[in-house]
Design a protein around this ligand. Sequence first.
Ligand code: SF4
Ligand code: SF4
Length: 166
Amino acid sequence: MSTRACGNCTLCCKVMAIEQLEKPVGRWCPHCNPGRGCLVYAERPGECQSFSCMWLVNELLDERWKPNRSKLVLTTSDDGIEVRCDPGFPDAWRKEPFGSEIRQWAISGDAHDVTVVVIVGQKMILIASEREFDLGIVRPDERIVRELEGTRVIGASVVKANEIRD
Ligand code: SF4
Ligand code: SF4
């Protein structure tokens, strides 16, 4: 189990959407004192109470990945790994060692049907083993559909969630 603490990091309070507060992605929560903490910590929404980024719980991600240092907040989803960039640093994920590591995850992900998505504000980029797919703005009611050839991702598109058939 990780012994890490958020310390001077508050980046999830900017990059994540908080439904209970109607806080959009990419904007500081009005209750955040950036770099210091939550001004309503005892009464913060349940979404905030239950949230932990991957860096906080996975010590395989070294100190360089600390979100306020890397400008990246990593989370997992049902489909795979989501890498959220601080919109003030939209290319942070391309810097090293992050870019190479993210590509390695994509190579492994293609083989195991795990997706790796970079998110900058509302924009998403699907990272596959052989190339990246810039999907533009993906809204909450939309989903990414991959076109596969074997385990290789050869295409990707965005569709309404209610148009997807099982
Ligand atoms: S991004 Fe991670 S380390 Fe930073 S405040 Fe949020 S949970 Fe803590
Ligand atoms: S309520 Fe507090 S913990 Fe939740 S997003 Fe706002 S500042 Fe962060």
